[in-house]
Design a protein around this ligand. Sequence first.
Ligand SMILES: *Cc1c(COP(=O)(O)O)cnc(C)c1O
Length: 430
Amino acid sequence: MKYFSTNNHNIKVRFKDAVIHGLAPDKGLYFPEEIPQLPQSFFNNIENLSDTEIAYTVLQPFIGDEIPEYALKEIINETLTFDFPVVKITEDLYSLELFHGPTLAFKDVGARFMSRCLGYFNRNSNENVTVLVATSGDTGGAVANGFLGVKGVKVVILYPSKRVSDIQEKQLTTLGGNIFALEVTDTFDTCQAMVKKAFLDSSLQKYNLTSANSINVARWLPQMIYYFVAYKKLKKLQQKVVISCPSGNFGNICAGLLAYKMGLPIEQFIAATNANNTVPRFLETEEYLPSQTVATLSNAMDVSNPSNFVRILELFHQNVPELKSVFSSYSYNDLQTKKAIQELYSKYDYVADPHGAVGYLGTQKATIPNSVKVFLETAHPIKFKDAVEQVIDKELPLPDDISAIIEKEKKSIVIENYEELKESLALIYR
Ligand SMILES: *Cc1c(COP(=O)(O)O)cnc(C)c1O
């Protein structure tokens, strides 16, 4: 399988290069040159397959012979060490919980899969690769955890001092080993600017810098697994399935749409956003006009120019009516989000985090008669403890892993500017 750049279909690379480089040289996103089709027999038999068997069948065609069967199976087994429960809320409403991984948000699957692919490609090299990543919260923890102990890889995470939650900070700064946390005394935007500058800095080439942000194909593709697992678990109901995905950068829902294009029988996809509503506006006006990003309760979705939307358009050959026949998108503000958390708790005794609550709101827009509606619950509510506890007026118990992490000692290198980033890299490699 080759991958082309969304900016130029003539630039093609193999999976390995797409993973190592992340972004195409022309700054386009890598996109598979063909969409593999799954046979009907796979869907007829899906309830008899394990999650790892499904993952192998779905992902293998995207990787071809670049990773041999035994190694890809091992990567998948190491990635999927936790479950994705489908929790029944009413007769026709379900929550697909994607937060049972080590850092309690759905990004664990992509980060773990990518780290192991990189580890495989790097297996015979004596050179180190340095994953340099800026985080506003969830990505850092998932990447740190996913890359912990991966041979030949050092991970350097930049995070904005005092602007991430306590739990998120501990997830970044307490692992040790090959994970290094740089605490930047400025905003997330500054962290991201420093990372971009580092990638263009020839004096840093010796560190073999690579990125682990969400546009990497090895983070994007494995997210398809969620949708196949949801279908497998709901198939026995013999009803049509509608999925609502809380969306920010639109990577997760784009993986769902790719699964659909491979043959997965989901009838309707709803992308539920917070107040950052560029895509819902686009579907109404067909004008793509990103506005200023606004801060919301569902902060992992505070994105106003979602990178993966170009991939969604590519999947539908830029044909908006065709896209709209299966995909819609709606925006919800913080007040609606709080009411949704409240309603799920008081009516159904279900505690949702703010992202899942936005997803729940999206299910109300389903238009397929007699369908089951599924919202993706993308983070554990404890990650947004203060907001959730305030709404439901009840204290949430701390999971054991989180209590353990809160006890651990934070280790970070405080940096103020780009020169200090360079000094820190030199120190890490001394
Ligand atoms: C990243 C994130 C999202 C948004 O996912 P995208 O793929 O960027 O649309 C939603 N919920 C949580 C908890 C996240 O961390």
